[in-house]
Design a protein around this ligand. Structure first.
Ligand SMILES: [Zn+2]
Length: 215
């Protein structure tokens, strides 16, 4: 059973890799945001507590997030876990260590998908798709064969997602640097951090992650 933390800014391909690990290895992704919403919806003891706090407009404490992760770890005793969005502070990292130790588990790897910010901006802002059939295109990487005409359905209408703009991408990168990256020195000191080139093709990233998990 493997327990890993997967880190990387939005657009680095973290979601794609986590989904693949769930499918291929039966691991479960413990995303704190999703878990919080699920616990509230399911009305679990921790969920009810979190709901009351959020309804007062307050931030859910580390203790509640830890309890939530504990609840989910108890449900997921046979598969490995991928932590996403937690821990974000040294204090939370210590809480995670305790949660795992209480269940006879340890953290095996902290995998960071490393990106080049400018290249990531180009990758995301260049995306567009056919408005009719959804075929994906890219300003630099994959233009339609005939300019302005969809290769698949022949439509002349294309669209871009509103948040695929430079400002949004750079804001998300800054959030990642401020909120998530500060945890890396804690794990670097323990020799747990593995860095993977998030700008490589999806299959190459997958192969690198697999090599780490199988090492
Ligand atoms: Zn089309």
């Amino acid at each position: 059973m493997l327990n890993i933390i997967l880190l990387g800014p939005p657009g680095a391909g973290k979601g794609t890799q986590a989904a693949r690990l769930e499918k291929e290895r039966g691991m479960i992704q413990l995303s704190t945001g999703d878990m919080l919403r699920a616990a509230v919806a399911a009305g679990t003891p921790v969920g009810l507590k979190a709901k009351a706090i959020m309804e007062r407009g307050e931030l859910v404490s580390d203790a509640i997030v830890s309890a939530l992760i504990g609840e989910r770890l108890d449900e997921a005793t046979t598969s490995g876990a991928i932590f996403d969005g937690f821990p974000r502070t040294g204090h939370q990292a210590e809480a995670l260590e305790i949660l795992l130790a209480q269940r006879g588990r340890t953290l095996d790897h902290v995998i960071e998908l490393v990106v080049d910010e400018d290249a990531l901006v180009r990758r995301i802002t260049g995306r567009f798709s056919c408005a009719k059939c959804g075929a994906p295109y890219h300003d630099e990487l994959k233009l339609p064969k005939v300019a302005g005409t969809c290769d698949i359905c022949g439509s002349h209408d294309f669209k871009r997602r509103p948040d695929d703009n430079e400002e949004t991408v750079r804001t998300r990168m800054a959030e990642y640097r401020e909120k998530t990256q500060p945890i890396l020195p804690y794990y670097d000191a323990r020799g747990l951090v593995r860095r993977v080139d998030g700008m490589a093709p999806v299959e190459a990233v997958a192969a690198e992650i697999d090599a780490i998990l199988d090492s």
